[in-house]
Write a protein that binds this ligand. Structure first.
Ligand code: GLN
Length: 192
């Protein structure tokens, strides 16, 4: 199973390590043609306006919109979550817009740029997940097709819409592979 990690900007290496640790093959994606070689794609954290502009420049937006709508699995962490959202509060920045949800960027205030917390995510099983947030967004609204997988004090922090998965935090920065495994399961169902 080949999992692409969008490598235009952001935390690419840690996702590749996590994918390898799960027994799959990571592929750094820099060009649109490479999308044909992979079974699923991770969009890592970074700066969503920059990554969105680079995706426009690399002509990746439309092909990924088409693939995502046809069932191709995409997992967005942090910036990736923002780019998956249909609505970004107060912004018209480029995006994939594949998930029916509204996100708030830098939503935890500037003074707490990053923080960590143990988050209950029943869907992945086991104990709370140690979640690391870096200038994180959160989801403020989800449409009827979107399932909330984790929330804290009314802020949605992880969600899934069929083949699309989004997390406001950085699972690649911990040793815990449960969320990457969960995504790989979505991918293996897509291949079948
Ligand atoms: N605040 C960033 C943005 O708006 C996201 C931060 C991150 O990916 N860690 O893109």
């Amino acid at each position: 199973m080949k999992i692409g990690v969008l490598a235009l900007q952001g935390a690419v290496r840690e996702h590749c390590q996590a994918i390898r640790a799960c027994g799959a093959e990571p592929v750094e994606i820099k060009y649109v043609d490479q999308l044909q070689e992979i079974d699923g794609l991770i969009i890592p954290g970074g700066e969503s306006t920059t990554v969105g502009k680079l995706m426009v420049r690399h002509e990746m937006i439309e092909p990924l919109q088409r693939m995502g709508a046809e069932g191709f699995p995409v997992f967005g962490t942090c910036t990736g979550l923002i780019l998956l959202a249909k609505d970004i509060h107060g912004s018209d920045q480029p995006r994939l817009g594949l998930m029916d949800m509204t996100v708030e960027r830098n939503a935890f205030g500037r003074q707490i740029a990053s923080f960590e917390m143990d988050l209950s995510i029943p869907e992945i099983g086991g104990p709370d997940f140690h979640a690391i947030f870096i200038r994180a967004p959160y989801i403020s609204r989800v449409g009827p097709g979107v399932r909330v997988l984790a929330e804290y004090e009314g802020k949605i922090l992880m969600a899934r819409e069929n083949n699309l998965l989004a997390a406001a935090f950085h699972p690649e920065l911990t040793e815990d592979l449960r969320i990457h495994r969960y995504f790989l399961e979505i991918v293996s169902n897509y291949i079948k």
